[in-house]
Design a protein around this ligand. Structure first.
Ligand SMILES: NC(=O)c1ccc[n+]([C@@H]2O[C@H](COP(=O)([O-])OP(=O)(O)OC[C@H]3O[C@@H](n4cnc5c(N)ncnc54)[C@H](OP(=O)(O)O)[C@@H]3O)[C@@H](O)[C@H]2O)c1
Length: 226
């Protein structure tokens, strides 16, 4: 299951996982907009809106019914509101926490019985380097949500270890998508490419339970701590 798979990093992860032989269930806000999904007719599309608190359960149930199993959840959908924690109002806080933290938690919870049943379930959260450091005032609100997303990945790792579930937070800096284009004047070719995040996720899903990686920071520029 990949959330937000219609564009950006989610779409690149979907393409890479099809190449690696995975069958996909894609959660998108508007399934009819995805006319030619990666994987063609083998790919399952389901409505997913992070603000609709019933949709993670509905999507998981429909995915289990379609495939008879769920082996991996990639919580990718996310929003960035470029405001400092002083500028952000309660509605902004609620939006970023809902999409970046609460919805991924609901999704993982909904898919949990399937992840446990398969014996080697995998959870990947697309967090951010903003989950590891606060680089500017304007990234403050987003960073609060991504620190929480990073904590969620570690919490899932604890909750699922004995059942063979392994969780990883992927923490990129700027990736060349619409989100980054709205935030920086850096050239797309100088940023991490969405396909590279796709390759990292495919690699993570391929690792055995005895080679679990908790976090992967991904840099296109040198930073002090990540
Ligand atoms: N790009 C970067 O520089 C960067 C760096 C680090 C981490 N990340 C993280 O990577 C993930 C993907 O980002 P991206 O760069 O691919 O961003 P993007 O191009 O803006 O795409 C965002 C995706 O999330 C979906 N989404 C947003 N709000 C949603 C909601 N309420 N319900 C369901 N889906 C929703 C969007 O769906 P719609 O098409 O319907 O809007 C879209 O599929 C996010 O978690 C982001 O925080 C991005």
């Amino acid at each position: 299951m990949i959330s937000g798979a219609n564009r950006g990093i989610g779409a690149a992860i979907a393409s890479e996982l099809v190449r690696a032989g995975w069958r996909l269930s894609l959660g998108v806000r508007n399934p009819t907009s995805l006319r030619e999904p990666p994987g063609g007719k083998d790919t399952f599309l389901h409505r997913f809106d992070a603000h609709d608190e019933a949709c993670e359960a509905a999507w998981s149930e429909a995915t289990g019914a379609r495939f008879g199993r769920i082996d991996a959840v990639i919580a990718n959908a996310g929003v960035m509101i470029a405001k400092s924690v002083v500028e952000a109002g309660d509605a902004d806080v609620e939006t970023v926490l809902q999409v970046n933290v609460k919805s991924p938690m609901r999704l993982i919870r909904a898919a949990w019985p399937w992840l446990v049943e398969c014996g080697a379930g995998r959870v990947v959260l697309i967090a951010s380097l903003s989950g590891k450091r606060v680089k500017s005032a304007a990234s403050g609100l987003y960073a609060v949500s991504k620190f929480a997303a990073l904590g969620l990945a570690h919490a899932v790792r604890q909750a699922g270890w004995d059942a063979g579930v392994r969780a990883t937070a992927v923490c990129p800096g700027f990736v060349a998508t619409e989100m980054a284009a709205s935030l920086t004047s850096r050239r797309a070719q100088d940023m991490t490419q969405p396909a590279d995040i796709g390759r990292i996720v495919a690699f993570l899903l391929d690792l055995p339970s005895s080679a679990s990686v908790a976090e992967i920071p991904v840099n296109s520029t040198l930073e002090d701590i990540a």
